[in-house]
Design a protein around this ligand. Structure first.
Ligand SMILES: [Mg+2]
Length: 125
């Protein structure tokens, strides 16, 4: 299971990468949506964990590109945000996110939710 991570917060990105890789996932991480999208188009992924607020391209814009692309439209996407606004959460889910986690998250909760998403959407090999 290959997971694409995008977060402009260096510390949190490193933490997310560490938590998921120690849980056995193959992760690659990027500091903005634009770089993450370039990498996704080039190398693919089985799941994405995206911060919403990022420079260059934010998580919702990247989510739109993912859902509009035949190759990735079924890919599970989890959104991360420091904000607790319900409107942002609703916006993310409405635009096709599968799950949503508010930062700072509990490491165990991130792992459990990723595991659930992985079960719901098994990777294609
Ligand atoms: Mg951010």
């Amino acid at each position: 299971m290959r997971i694409l991570i995008a977060d402009d917060d260096d510390e949190l990105r490193d933490l997310t990468e560490m938590v998921l890789s120690s849980a056995g996932y193959n992760v690659s991480s990027f500091p903005n949506g634009k770089l993450a999208w370039e990498a996704l188009k080039k190398s693919g992924a089985d799941m994405a964990v995206l911060d919403i607020n990022m420079p260059e391209m934010d998580g919702l814009e990247l989510l739109d590109l993912i859902r509009a692309d035949e190759r990735f439209k079924e890919m599970p996407v989890m959104l991360l945000t420091a904000r607790k606004g319900m409107s942002e959460r609703a916006q993310g889910l409405e635009r096709g996110a599968d799950d949503y986690l508010t930062k700072p998250y509990e490491n165990d909760e991130l792992i459990k939710r990723v595991k659930l998403l992985a079960q719901a959407y098994p990777a294609n090999g």
